[in-house]
Design a protein around this ligand. Structure first.
Ligand SMILES: Nc1ncnc2c1ncn2[C@@H]1O[C@H](COP(=O)(O)OP(=O)(O)O)[C@@H](O)[C@H]1O
Ligand SMILES: [Mg+2]
Length: 401
């Protein structure tokens, strides 16, 4: 099980996960002591990404219930193993155009909840805004296909540019005389709507930016009912994102499964209200993530106690749900966002409250700080200026392999 979880750890230099690359050599887990031991084979002992990989492995494995201590052992690959890892990386680089177009240096956070109306979209857009305000580039994928609300909340409502793409390898694979335009479902590449925000920028993709009217909506529905999210994952030309936040549809259905399959490196933030009943529903999202080996980063409690102008606090939606969920899931409670009319008006006007003032704004900014500094730090590529992959490919090509 822990071995599977390591699939969520990618070597951004080699462009594949560490299991695929043969870097995860051995994983043992002693349930009695809670100690996990992992042996990782590096291509070069001095790899500057070692610290990054180490952090990722600790975070991934440490988020599993019962794992108290993650012990890492480093070895160096044999020449043979290295050649095979490089060959795999090279294959991966060629196939990359076919898979998701999300840069490997992008940290992916899915925002989920057991049910709708708990403020999942509000948390997504405000976390995005607070991260952008720190100078980061943040993609927001609105995977709540039919309940989309992200474009309005982030004030990006212009139509998306979508261009038909030549199907991959069309030239090579097409039979002589066949007409590529007869392909019933040509691929459409989507350019996200980009908008500067704070010192950074956001890029948004949503069904709400694709459909013009009911008629078009129906067409999309027919064209790719269950494939919409896959389409968003595969065919969006994201920029150089630091983070991609995914506003998940409520519940624990197909979209979650698809995401886990296509993006095992995604990590999950679960949103709940302070009500205990909400916590019981939210735990399902946690269980689902665990079954798919996605890391649960932590819990955000939204709609926490409202404080009126006179300083009196009213726990309108109950109390303690976030802490209880975090405790049950064995993950940190990352934030408690108070009920504040400004959260709703910010959503209506397209200016997220996180860019303004007040207790909710501060809570969102503190959440962003925790994400960047502790929970899901951005990938630091510093020190890896000589791109190993390019060198490896050049070396292999020189040998005529
Ligand atoms: N902390 C909050 N304070 C006040 N209103 C909120 C807060 N969080 C969300 N809302 C409002 O509650 C409603 C539901 O939130 P939304 O983010 O759309 O939930 P979800 O995406 O989970 O369905 C929206 O009208 C939103 O403006
Ligand atoms: Mg929503």
């Amino acid at each position: 099980m822990l071995h599977e979880a390591l699939r969520g750890v990618v070597d951004p230099e080699l462009g594949a996960d560490i299991v695929e690359l043969g870097m995860a050599k051995g994983v043992t887990f002693d349930a009695a002591t809670g100690r996990a031991e992992v042996t990782i084979a590096l291509t070069t002992a001095g790899c500057p990404l070692r610290a990054q990989i180490q952090k990722d492995i600790r975070a991934r494995l440490g988020s599993f219930p019962g794992v108290r201590d993650v012990h890492l052992q480093w070895v160096e690959m044999t020449a043979e193993e290295k050649a095979s890892a490089m060959a795999h990386a090279r294959w991966q680089a060629r196939a990359a155009d076919d898979a998701t177009r999300i840069p490997l240096t992008t940290k992916i956070i899915a925002v989920a909840s057991g049910k709708g109306g708990v403020g999942k979209s509000s948390v997504t857009v405000n976390l995005a805004a607070a991260l952008a305000a720190r100078g980061l580039t943040v993609g927001v994928m609105d995977a709540d296909i039919w309940g989309f609300s992200v474009p309005r909340m982030l004030g990006v409502e212009g139509r998306l540019e979508a261009e038909a793409a030549t199907p991959p390898l069309a030239g090579a694979d097409a039979e002589p005389g066949s007409d590529p335009s007869s392909d019933p479902s040509p691929r459409v590449l989507i350019t996200p709507n980009r908008r500067p925000m704070g010192a950074g920028a956001i890029e948004v993709v949503s069904m709400g930016l694709l459909v013009e009217d009911e008629g078009t909506a129906l067409m999309w529905r027919g064209l790719m009912l269950n494939r919409a999210v896959q389409h968003f994952l595969e065919d969006v030309q994201w920029g150089d994102l630091d983070y991609l936040l995914i506003d998940m549809p409520p519940g624990t259905g197909d979209v979650q499964m698809g995401l886990a399959r296509m993006l095992p490196r995604a990590e999950l933030i679960v949103v709940t209200t302070p009500a205990v009943s909400a916590q019981k529903v939210a735990i399902r999202a946690v269980d689902m993530a665990r079954r798919s080996f996605l890391r649960v980063v932590g819990v955000v409690e939204n709609m926490a106690a409202f404080t009126c102008d006179h300083g009196v606090t009213y726990p309108l939606f109950g109390e303690g749900g976030g802490a209880a969920l975090a405790e049950e899931a064995g993950v940190p409670l990352l934030a408690r966002i108070p009920i504040e009319p400004a959260v709703a008006t910010g959503g209506d006007t397209g200016v997220p409250v996180a860019l303004g003032e007040g207790p909710a704004a501060e809570a969102f900014r503190e959440l962003a700080r925790l994400v960047v500094e502790e929970a899901v730090p951005p990938v630091a590529m510093a020190g890896c200026s000589a791109r190993m992959l390019d060198l490896a490919v050049a070396a292999l090509d020189a040998e005529g392999l």
